[in-house]
Design a protein around this ligand. Sequence first.
Ligand SMILES: [Zn+2]
Length: 308
Amino acid sequence: MLLPDYVKKIDLPTPYAVGAVSIYYFAKADTAIDIGPDQKSTAELLNEAGVKTDKLRILATHGHDDHIGIAKNRQFSRFFLNDADADWLMYKYPGNDIAEKNLLKLGLPPLYVQGILNVIERIFKKISVPVYEAINEGELFDLDGRTFITIGTAGHTPGSVSFFLKDEGILFSGDAVLADITSNPGTIFVVSVPVGKCNFNPIKNYLETLDKLESIAPVLIAGSHGKLVENPKERIRELRRSYIERIEKTYYMLKTNPMTIFETARMIFRNHTADDDLILQLGEAMSYIYYLKNLNLIVRKDLKWYTV
Ligand SMILES: [Zn+2]
């Protein structure tokens, strides 16, 4: 199944390891789902695609820079974002000294600290909250006679939302479900929230999101990175399976060999090739640890996590 002709998928380059981001533009309804990163090529490519930004209504899937970064320098007619993402975007960078202490608590070898601090500083320089209107689960948006239903799809970030065109069965999922890569729950860890200072349980939320999406049963998922998902049911099940496997793997690894969060990340993922890659891996490893800790299955002694 293809996208209907009233929506245009526009791929924009980003400076991140994930590659290009896709935004979805509904010309007749003057609406876009996400609007792209804060870099020069974004404005040029939007112009080339005929996007009239001054009249535009933006529905943001979540608060990441690759999706909405350009919004801090531009006025759009309206801009919608979930409060939970606006909240962590307002978190103030505590400075390198505290960030370094937080990183060392993860068991990060000193050798990697500076590289990670550089990325974190770069990310925080870019972070700002655009003037926004709050968007919530269940909210409806008129789309030139069609209706979008807002679906809460927390996991990747606490305030991630997707937009569902019910009549067509098409879900615009942001980073909640992607064709070729996993959703990376817990991206706000490491970059913005000190260890343990967050009620967000990314893996638990994400598994709930997958259940919800399975019950909605979209026929096509248009995500923000890569190809369209033409087999949503199978893809949702495959994602659930892979997360449950990683939860179990983490538990059994800790059972045989207590580990720090960095060591856990190393056991789950391949070696990182870029510092921003390592940040994502640490965030996801923290999410598994946090999930197991909340089930009272593991405890921390010094820097290492042990099964109970
Ligand atoms: Zn994202």
